[in-house]
Design a protein around this ligand. Sequence first.
Ligand code: NAD
Length: 484
Amino acid sequence: MSRSVDIQNYINGELMAPFNEHYLDNIEPATGQIYGRIPNSDATDLEMAVKAARAAQKKWAATSLDARFQILNRLADLIDANSDRLAEAESRDNGKPIALARQVDIPRASANIRFFAQAITQFASESHAMGEIAINYTLRQPLGIVACISPWNLPLYLFTWKIAPALAAGNAVIAKPSEVTPLTAYLFSQLCIEAGLPKGVLNVLHGTGPSIGGPLTTHEHVKAISFTGGTSTGQHIRQVTAKSFKKLSLELGGKNPTLVFADCDLEKTIAETGRAAFANQGQICLCGSRIYVQRKIYDAYVKGLVKYAESLRIGDPLDTETQFGAVVSETHMEKVLKYVDMAVEQGGKILTGGSRHLLQGRCESGYFLQPTVITGLNNSSSVNQEEIFGPVCTVQPFDDEKEALALANDSNYGLACSIWSSDVQRCHRLARDIECGIVWVNCWLQRDLRTPFGGMKASGIGREGGVEALRFFTEPKNVCISYG
Ligand code: NAD
């Protein structure tokens, strides 16, 4: 890949510069250096995309399921064929270890597309018989034009997670990737052309929230918004779309609890909960950043977690041996460090990490942080209540199941949790009572694309995944036929 990349929008099947020629710098987090430009699109580009999407949508909806299946599968095959290039781009753009991009981000992007290409061919809907009187059946029709807005932490993975069901269901899509990590969405646009995706069916507009996200969410022809990002952005989108009754799916922030009981397999639990705290530099909405440990094993667990954190190899994300890369931007690094300072002010003890990590050579100005473990804070501390979204976790002791549950639920967020125990009945009880959308028992981040994905409370509304996503991207219409 060339050192400097000028990204283009993808409108009506063509790659093009933003109409007003406004650009943002694209910065490589591992080096702190500018390596390309990103269009900062605006309402003019949006109008072109809407026009293209309107012209394409009905024909796309009328395309046979088999033809949609074939095109989407071609796209998935092209992702696989270009996986090395895409993984390198993701690693450079985001700061994540290239090994992680190769193992998770890119394979998952093609899996998303393949999954929904197949799922739409299996999508069925209900029929309700009324005895001798009538029969009802439910049509599920595409919505028209939908917006898909995604964040920077799993760029191509979450971009495709939204686009795939929207396209499979017969909608035209206007997608906006994060302006912080736009590169793989741009490369994906090129692959859409190669795959023969009809013009205008997918349009990709780059730029910031205020410049293009705002106009996109409020545009009269956009019928639904599938959004993944921060809770405050989600609140804003809900407010500005309230009057127009747009359909919304909001996947927002998390502050996920990890509950470790004395009867767990301690060695496995330390390794897996360490991964849950620090994978992708702690920048996964599902990361377990509030760790609660039964007092009997508290000391042993903390010792093990610190050892795990210190064992992670921090380095150049493009080095295949690196396990822990850069955080996504300087602003984000400063935000995470502010929370570490806050933890100290609030009486917390930093057991390991807590500082910027300096490397030599190519990455000497990169945004690297040390994996950080903090103890001694109570649950009401802002460090335990606010989403940090970085490599910082806290550990607190508890005595019994009741206390563990109360601590887990003492949060505005409700996305995910993990429970580590060999007591099956306890695990079921907690899974039932914990206020969150996803519960993992003795595992973390095991994903089956058929399951409902999403959170409650400040973690959002709606669910993605499997049939939930296909239902979101279609309008149910009941047809009642009288037997006469
Ligand atoms: P963000 O809310 O700042 O941005 C997300 C996207 O929204 C970006 O594309 C951004 O440009 C766009 N945007 C910003 N302002 C907008 C506006 N006014 N109108 C329309 N679009 C706008 O979030 P981020 O910093 O990119 O991502 C991190 C957040 O995402 C964290 O809170 C994390 O927990 C959350 N997240 C949630 C999930 C989930 O599934 N629940 C998954 C990944 C990340």
